[in-house]
Design a protein around this ligand. Sequence first.
Ligand code: ADP
Ligand code: MG
Length: 151
Amino acid sequence: MDRLTFVTKSAEQTQSFAERLAHLLEPGTVLLLEGDLGAGKTTFTQGLAKGLGIRRNVNSPTFTIIKEYKGRLPLYHMDVYRLTDAEEDLGFDEYFYGEGVCVVEWAHLIEQQLPEHYLKIVISHKGNDEREISIEPKGDRYVRMSEELMK
Ligand code: ADP
Ligand code: MG
C-alpha cells in the first residue's frame, strides 16, 4: 500500500477521523503532518488528542516546538516550523523511540532527523471547508495501521 486518501467537509470531520486513528496508536508511534498553513494540521492533532483521552486544549506549539500532553499514551506535539537550523537536535530520538505518540507538524524540515518508519499524513485544501487527507505509511506497522483505518 502506497497511499490512502480521505475527504473531510468540516473541521469536525477531520477531528473525528483523527480520533478514530488515535484508537489504533501504540507506544512509539510517529505521525508526520504536512500541509500548508491553515490546512488543518493542528485541528487534526486536536482530534487525535481527544481520541487519546486528553482533556487539555491542544493548540499550535509553534513557539515552543514541543508540547507534551498526558492521555492514554503521552502525546508529544511538535511543530518544527520555526526551527531555524534543520540539524539542530532537540533530543527528538527520545520522543520518536519513546513510550508516547509523536505528531510532527512540518516534519520535512527535519528530514535528516526523522526515524525510518512513520505514518505521513498530508492535508490539502480542496476549497472552503473541504480537505483531502492523504495517508502514506512507511514500515509494516504503519501499513497495518492504515489498513485498519480503511475498515
Ligand atoms: P494548520 O495547523 O495546518 O496551520 P489549523 O488546524 O491551525 O491549520 O487551521 C485549520 C483551519 O481550517 C481551522 O480554522 C479549521 O476550523 C478550518 N477548517 C475548515 N474546514 C476544515 C477541515 N475539513 N479540516 C480541518 N480544518 C478545517
Ligand atoms: Mg498548526
